[in-house]
Design a protein around this ligand. Structure first.
Ligand SMILES: Nc1nc2c(ncn2[C@@H]2O[C@H](COP(=O)(O)OP(=O)(O)OP(=O)(O)O)[C@@H](O)[C@H]2O)c(=O)[nH]1
Ligand SMILES: [Mg+2]
Ligand SMILES: [Zn+2]
Length: 294
């Protein structure tokens, strides 16, 4: 007999799974070549009292990042939403929000931007929130000491699979804990020396909330979120403010960096695309040199 489950976490050759309808939790073995990831839907067979993953269903998307060598690393599969968490401390690194947004747009994952630790400096993100709201992104200002600030965010979880991503120490586990009080998650202090997070969460883990019918994935923080080797066109497709001008450049293979009669550069000049977003696009395109030179 076979049954369908979703992967909640993986170890070397076993995975924790949750049944898609009765929510029973089991541990199953898998052949090495399968490489299941958190969020995968899998078919399981029972062999001599042992569960075994027989098949991984086709992923409708996956949230990825670059590994240390610039290869695309799959973190979680079949994700509806991403809560990109930034905080007043550790401060966001340059372009980090835009890099997350590029991946969200490419993979068809709805981004929700979460500005946490607003208690430390309530005005810190005012301009950023303004700008991203104007672009059409949903922004949430939160702080862990005031649970009412996560009520709106929590209401977004119902009937969806949501991943929380962001730098180490921004408060992903703290927010997960607030939204799902039945959990008992570890959170960690920032280093007093560097002000960076302590990489408290070490595995990507999916939690299921029966009342909300929600899956929430808490992922380990990174110091810097890097994109794998991408073409300029792919990066441009992740900037929603470029959408209206796509296909209007003189050259069909325009990278919008230096070419004449470029509709994107013209839109920056006329103020229709904000200069800081365009400069961020240029830096992200330029950063790809790092991988292509390797
Ligand atoms: N002042 C303040 N501190 C917060 C807030 N949210 C989280 N923290 C603190 O920030 C530290 C890091 O929080 P975590 O929830 O462990 O952060 P994380 O993003 O899960 O970090 P990693 O698991 O390392 O990726 C902890 O000391 C939390 O108590 C907040 O809204 N305000
Ligand atoms: Mg954590
Ligand atoms: Zn162009």
């Amino acid at each position: 007999m076979t049954e369908t489950y979703r992967v909640t976490s993986t170890q070397k050759n076993t995975a924790q799974l949750v049944h898609t309808s009765n929510h029973q939790v089991i541990t199953a073995f898998f052949p090495r070549k399968f490489k299941p990831i958190c969020g995968d839907e899998v078919v399981v067979e029972t062999l001599k009292n042992e569960f075994r993953i027989k098949k991984i269903s086709k992923r409708f998307n996956s949230f990825c990042r670059a590994d240390s060598r610039g290869r695309k690393q799959h973190i979680a599969a079949n994700v509806d939403q991403i809560m990109v968490v930034v905080a007043t401390e550790p401060e966001p690194t340059r372009d980090i929000l835009n890099r997350y947004l590029v991946v969200a747009e490419i993979e068809g994952i709805t981004p929700l931007l979460v500005f946490n630790k607003s208690d430390l400096d309530p005005l810190y993100f005012v301009n950023t929130i303004n700008q991203y709201e104007q672009l059409g992104y949903r922004c949430f200002k939160t702080q862990k000491h005031d649970p009412s600030t996560v009520a709106d965010l929590k209401s977004q979880l119902a009937n969806k699979t949501t991943i929380l991503a962001g730098q180490s120490g921004v408060g992903k586990s703290s927010l997960t804990q607030l939204m799902m009080p039945a959990l008992d998650l570890k959170t960690g202090k920032l280093s007093s020396k560097t002000g960076k997070g302590a990489h408290t969460t070490s595995v990507t883990q999916m939690y299921h909330d029966v009342d909300l019918n929600a899956n929430i994935i808490d992922s380990p923080g990174v110091w810097e979120y890097g994109l794998w080797l991408m073409e300029a066109a792919e990066i441009a497709s992740g900037f929603i403010d470029f959408d209206d001008y796509m296909g209007q450049c003189k050259f069909s293979n325009c990278t919008h960096t230096h070419e004449p009669k470029c509709a994107i550069q013209a839109a920056v000049q006329s103020g229709h695309i904000k200069e800081n977003r365009y400069q961020s696009y240029l830096r992200i395109v330029d950063s790809m040199k790092y991988w292509s030179q390797k």
